[in-house]
Write a protein that binds this ligand. Structure first.
Ligand SMILES: *Cc1c(COP(=O)(O)O)cnc(C)c1O
Length: 389
C-alpha cells in the first residue's frame, strides 16, 4: 500500500446547515418542487433506451419552449454561457464578422467569445436603459453586412427587453443570421423562434424555467443548419453541433456517444418542461405579466423609481430599480438578505452602483412573492435611512 505516500491531509468537510433564501435576483431562481424531486431520480447511462427516449421528450420540450419546428434542437451540458459559445462558434467562422447589438453585459461576453475564436466584430450600442430601433439595426446591417447579428432579448444586467419581431426579416435581407440570447426571457416573455425567423437561440434552465443551472436548450433554424453543414471550420469539440446532433438523434436514430449527460439535470429539465406543459406558454407569459404589473404598481406607490424610463422597454422577469441618493446598492441587498432572507442583487456591468436588480420569475412569479419583496424593500429603505443617512 502507498498509505505512507499520502501526505496531503484529509480535508475537513463538515455537515453544514444552509438556510435557503427566497431567490429573487436575476438568477438563479428557486426550483419547482417537482424539479427538486426529479433531481434524485436514478442515473441513466448514455447508451440505454430509456436515456434516448428521455432525450426525445426533451427535444419536444425545447421545440415547444422556443416555438420552433426545427430539427436541430437539443440541450447542452453547461450553463447559459455554453449556449452563447455554441451558437457563435458553430455559425460564425474565424475571419467572418459578427455584429453585436450592445446594451448590457451579455453582449460583452459575446464579444469576448468572438475575439477568442478569431471572429471579426462590429459593435452598435444604445444606452443601457434603452433598446434598439429597427432603423438602427438596418443601418448597421447595411454598413457591415455581417455573417450574424447577436442580440440579447431580455437583458438581466439592465432590466430591458429588446423587441425581436422584425429583426429576422431585416437580417435575412442582408444575408445575416439572427442570434438571440433568451436566457432570462424564455417562458416569462413571449418568444416565437419560427414566426420571428430567429436562426440561433439559447436559454438556460436556471431562470424562469425554475430548474438548476447546467443544462441549456439551444435551437437552430433551417438556414443555420445549412451553414453548419457547409462549414469548413471546427467549433470547440464539446460544443460541436454536428456531433451533438448525432448524440441527440436530431436526424434519425444515430445514438452516438459524445459525452455523458448529467442524469439529475436531464430529469430536472424534463420536470421543468412538465410544469410548462401543464401551464402552457401563453398562461405562463400571462402570469409573469400580471404579477410583474402588480409588483411595479406597488413599487411606484411606495415611491421607488425604475431605471428604465419607457414602460414598454422594461423586462417582465427582471426589474431594475434606482434608490435615492445616499443609499448603497450592495448594502441594501445585504440588508434584505440578512433581515428578510430575500436575495436580490445590486447592479452588474453598466448598472453597477446604479440599480437594484430584482427577479420575479418562474415558480416565484406569484402575488405573494411580489408583495413580500416590496414589503421588505420598504422596510429596508426605512431602516437604512434611520441608521446611515
Ligand atoms: C443569466 C444570464 C446569462 C448567463 O447564464 P449562466 O447560466 O449564468 O451561464 C446569459 N444571458 C442572460 C440574459 C442572463 O440573464
Amino acid at each position: 500500500m502507498l498509505a505512507n505516500k499520502v501526505t496531503v491531509p484529509v480535508p475537513e468537510i463538515k455537515e453544514r446547515k444552509i438556510v435557503k433564501p427566497l431567490l429573487c435576483g436575476p438568477g438563479p431562481c428557486d426550483l419547482w418542487p417537482s424539479v427538486i424531486e426529479a433531481l434524485s431520480k436514478p442515473v441513466l447511462t448514455p447508451i440505454c433506451d430509456e436515456f434516448f427516449s428521455v432525450l426525445d421528450e426533451l427535444r419536444a420540450g425545447i421545440q415547444y419552449l422556443f416555438q420552433t419546428k426545427s430539427k436541430l434542437v437539443l440541450a447542452l451540458s453547461g450553463s447559459g454561457h455554453s449556449g452563447m459559445e455554441t451558437i457563435i462558434t458553430n455559425l460564425v467562422a474565424p475571419g467572418e464578422t459578427l455584429l453585436i447589438a450592445s446594451r448590457g453585459i451579455w453582449d460583452k461576453r459575446a464579444l469576448n467569445i468572438a475575439h477568442r475564436f478569431g471572429i471579426k466584430t462590429e459593435v452598435t450600442s444604445v444606452q443601457m436603459d434603452q433598446t434598439f430601433s429597427l432603423e438602427q439595426i438596418e443601418r448597421e446591417l447595411k454598413r457591415v453586412r455581417p455573417t450574424a447579428l447577436f442580440v440579447t432579448h431580455g437583458d438581466s444586467s439592465t432590466g430591458t427587453v429588446q423587441r425581436i419581431e422584425g429583426l429576422g426579416e431585416l437580417c435575412h435581407k442582408y444575408g445575416t443570421l439572427l442570434l438571440v440570447d433568451t436566457v432570462v426571457s424564455i417562458a416569462g416573455v413571449p418568444f416565437l423562434m419560427d414566426e420571428w425567423r430567429v436562426d440561433g437561440v439559447y436559454t438556460s434552465s436556471q431562470k424562469a424555467l425554475s430548474g438548476p443551472a447546467g443544462i441549456s436548450p439551444v435551437a437552430f433554424s433551417a438556414r443555420a443548419e445549412e451553414k453548419i453543414n457547409k462549414r469548413s471550420h471546427q467549433p470547440p469539440f464539446y460544443y460541436d453541433m454536428k456531433m451533438l446532433a448525432d448524440q441527440w438523434n436530431c436526424y434519425g436514430n444515430t445514438r452516438k456517444y459524445h459525452h455523458t449527460l448529467s442524469a439529475p439535470l436531464v430529469w430536472a429539465l424534463r420536470a421543468s418542461f412538465q410544469e410548462l406543459a401543464k401551464e402552457t406558454l401563453p398562461k405562463s407569459w400571462e402570469r409573469h405579466a400580471k404579477v410583474t404589473a402588480h409588483f411595479h404598481k406597488r413599487l411606484q406607490a411606495e415611491g421607488f423609481q425604475f431605471l428604465v424610463p419607457k414602460p414598454e422597454d422594461r423586462l417582465v422577469t427582471v426589474t431594475t430599480i434606482t434608490l435615492p441618493r445616499g443609499y448603497d446598492y450592495q448594502q441594501f441587498s445585504k440588508y434584505m438578505r440578512e433581515n428578510y432572507n430575500i436575495l436580490i442583487f445590486a447592479g452588474l456591468g453598466p448598472t453597477v452602483g446604479k440599480a437594484l436588480r430584482v427577479g420575479i420569475m418562474g415558480v416565484n412569479s406569484t402575488m405573494e412573492v411580489a408583495n413580500a419583496v416590496v414589503d421588505a424593500m420598504v422596510a429596508t429603505r426605512n431602516s437604512l435611512k434611520k441608521s446611515s443617512l
